[in-house]
Ligand binder design. Structure first.
Ligand code: MG
Length: 163
């Protein structure tokens, strides 16, 4: 009897908040005075999901695939990077069965955007929307995120060997 090859990957990312930047989370533009700073569009949530998928499939990390020293990725749409990574994972013989993520941001409140973020991430990852869950919380005014200096995201992805 063969084993069922199920693997899990963890993703974690953080970006600073800055003036004059758009706030994009899970591919969704969020109404905000401040946005996340970074080489790409700094979509911290999508970056965590990408690293979770790469980790599950044993394919390294986001920095290896999309180095921030490479001008090709300046201002990059992170959802497009996720689509690319989803293709790599599928091409390596894996089916993604679930993605769970948490984004930690003091303000604005993300509740009105969670469903759209989940749908956007699911579409990019090539999975059904009911296999993706996006959670949002604050840091309760603790630490740098709690002081409104940035955002953190965590994600877990589960994949199974395609039959
Ligand atoms: Mg990042």
């Amino acid at each position: 009897m063969g084993i069922v090859d199920v693997r899990t990957g963890l993703g974690w990312d953080s970006h600073r908040l800055a003036a004059g930047r758009p706030l994009i989370l899970g591919g969704v533009r969020i109404e905000s005075d401040l946005g996340l700073d970074g080489h790409s569009d700094a979509d911290v949530l999508t970056h965590a999901v990408i690293d979770a998928l790469l980790g599950a499939a044993g394919l390294g990390d986001i920095g290896e695939h999309f180095p921030d020293t490479d001008e090709r990725w300046r201002g990059a749409d992170s959802i497009a990077l996720l689509e690319h990574v989803a293709q790599l994972v599928a091409g390596a013989g894996w089916t993604t069965t679930s993605i769970d993520a948490t984004v930690i941001l003091e303000r604005p409140k993300l509740k009105p955007y969670k469903q759209e973020m989940g749908e956007r991430l699911a579409r990019a990852a090539g999975v059904a929307t009911d296999r993706v869950n996006v959670k949002a919380t604050t840091a309760e005014r603790l630490d740098a995120v709690g002081r409104g200096e940035g955002a953190v995201a965590q994600a877990v992805a589960t994949i199974v060997r395609s039959s």
